[in-house]
Design a protein around this ligand. Structure first.
Ligand code: NAD
Ligand code: 6OD
Length: 484
């Protein structure tokens, strides 16, 4: 059986315990993962600190950027290995990993390599009370050792989304990938070695959250900042852990996102776009739309169109290029999603399609599949309309006016993303301005430009990453004021 190892100071190291890495498509065991205990985490943090004080923070930006491009080259060279590992760990279709996850991992390194070379700092010429002048300019310094904690839904994409800007800014990192999807973080370590990244710059510790590597890392006194993507509840727990040492945090958390469909939308394009927004990655994208609001004149027709799309999605083996939807990540998550399917019925929903688990009659029956599901008829107060389910499911409700649509979309404690579907671009802009979220798409969804701010409001997160926002989070700015 294959072992997935921690990576510390340029070496692959074992822990004192192991846990199983499971393929969600059939429940089979893929590998044994070496769990990092307190001692292993301490060694990883110490190694990152040594590397910070050695070469990495001091090498010229041009050279650092060139090394980041070499990491991207390495990911592209091992494209098939990364796709294979990501598909086995997550159960996502091979077509999705090939088109989204792995290319984005390489792009994350390329974009931040280029951005750090171009990034300026603020400067101000200041008039002094005695009629003379002073010059203020900010200096960008590494923040230090960054603890990176990531989830299982887009493991490599979300890990590299944080590692790339952190390294670009001269920091060193200790990454703890999700216990469900450990493989690509360790594979990335091999790429780091091949690219010539100095030992200790990139470290990986495997394990769980509380009482394990996640907690050991976030509470470590020598970790200078924590960047986390995952559930809002976990974000709250990490915030409590880091409070006593006042570490900066960047949190990308959960969502209960709305799609607003106006009667004047391009119907076919919108059915396709909303279907993607609801079902991509089996609904396991924080940006997925679990609430769809449709203007009443096209409500029935739209529900029917979305139903046909859902019923046309092929569930199957993730390795099969014909598969549209893979399983959920784990038996536990499948049970959670199925319990929401039951809850929706209990809360009075009409089931448009789905609502259960499929039967394949083969080994996939040991996997964690659920049917793509659409409900209507729930009151806005229903738990299924309020709580993040994180599965291939949405509730569709009608609205009668723009004001009502805005009020419905904003009636949530989350505030990550929204999508608006209309051919009236004036209205598209107007409604977008009223969305209480971090990211609004008009006539598209999950269309990314990595220079743009990314993050959420309310329960959906703290801070923004992307472009200059990432560079600012992963840097300390020292303002220098010189009297002239
Ligand atoms: P999770 O919060 O359960 O776990 C995420 C990571 O945190 C894992 O590595 C886990 O081991 C670790 N962890 C758990 N408890 C911890 C603790 N007390 N201390 C330190 N680390 C701890 O999230 P998940 O189930 O892996 O991912 C799904 C969730 O992530 C959903 O809520 C989804 O919306 C959210 N998400 C948000 C974004 C975003 O950009 N906003 C992106 C992807 C996923
Ligand atoms: O595209 C990104 O940069 C990003 N952070 C996506 C997050 C997706 C959530 O599952």
């Amino acid at each position: 059986m294959k072992s997935i190892l921690n990576y510390i100071d340029g070496e692959f190291v074992r822990g004192k315990r192991e846990f199983a890495d499971v393929n969600p498509a059939d429940g089979s065991e893929i590998a044994q993962v070496e769990e990092a205990d307190q001692d292993v985490v301490d060694r990883a943090v110490a190694s990152a600190r040594r590397a910070l004080h050695a070469d990495w923070g001091r090498i010229p930006v041009r050279e650092r950027a060139a090394l980041l491009h070499k990491i991207a080259d390495g990911i592209e060279r091992r494209f098939d290995c990364f796709v294979k590992a990501e598909v086995a760990d997550t159960g996502k279709p091979v077509t999705l990993a090939s088109r989204l996850d792995v290319p984005r991992a390489a792009a994350n390194f390329r974009v931040f390599a280029d951005l750090i070379k171009l990034a300026g700092v603020e400067s101000f010429q200041t008039e002094t009370p005695d009629g003379k002048a002073a010059l203020n300019y900010a200096e960008r310094k590494p923040l230090g050792v960054i603890g990176i904690i990531t989830p299982w839904n887009l493991p490599l994409l979300l890990l590299t989304w944080k590692v790339a800007p952190a390294l670009a800014c001269g920091n060193t990192v200790v990454a703890k990938p999700s216990e469900e999807t450990p493989a690509t973080a360790t594979l990335l370590a091999e790429v780091m070695q091949e690219a010539g990244i100095p030992n200790g710059v990139y470290n990986v510790v495997h394990g769980f959250g509380p009482g394990s590597a996640g907690e050991f890392l976030t509470q470590h006194p020598d970790v200078n900042a924590v960047t986390f993507t995952g559930e809002s509840r976990t974000g709250a727990a990490i915030m409590r852990t880091v409070a006593s040492s006042v570490k900066p945090v960047s949190f990308e958390l959960g969502g209960k996102n709305a799609a607003i469909v106006f009667a004047d939308c391009d119907f076919e394009e919108t059915v396709n776009g909303v279907s993607e927004a609801v079902f991509m990655n089996t609904g396991q994208v924080c940006l997925c739309a679990e609430r769809v609001y449709v203007e009443r004149p096209i409500f029935e027709r739209f529900v029917d169109g979305l139903k046909k799309k859902a019923e046309g999605l092929r569930l199957g083996a993730p390795t099969d290029t014909a598969t549209d939807l893979g399983p959920l990540i784990s038996a536990q998550h499948r049970d959670k999603v199925l319990s929401y399917y039951q809850l929706a019925r209990d809360e009075g929903a009409a089931v448009v399609t789905g609502g259960g688990a499929p039967k394949f009659g083969n080994r996939l029956d040991q996997g964690f599949y659920v049917q793509p599901t659409i409900y209507t008829g729930l009151p806005e107060s229903a738990r299924c309309v309020k709580e993040e389910i994180f599965g291939p499911v949405c509730h569709v409700a009608p609205f009668d006016s723009e004001e009502e649509a805005v009020a419905l979309a904003n009636d949530t404690k989350y505030g990550l993303a929204a999508s608006i579907w209309t051919t009236n671009l004036k209205r598209g802009h107007r409604v977008a301005h009223k969305m209480n979220v971090g990211i609004t798409w008009v006539n598209c969804w999950f269309l990314r430009d990595l220079r743009t701010p990314f993050g959420g409001v309310g329960l959906s997160g703290i801070g923004r990453e992307g472009g200059i926002h990432s560079l600012n989070f992963y840097s300390e700015l020292n303002n220098i004021c010189v009297r002239l």
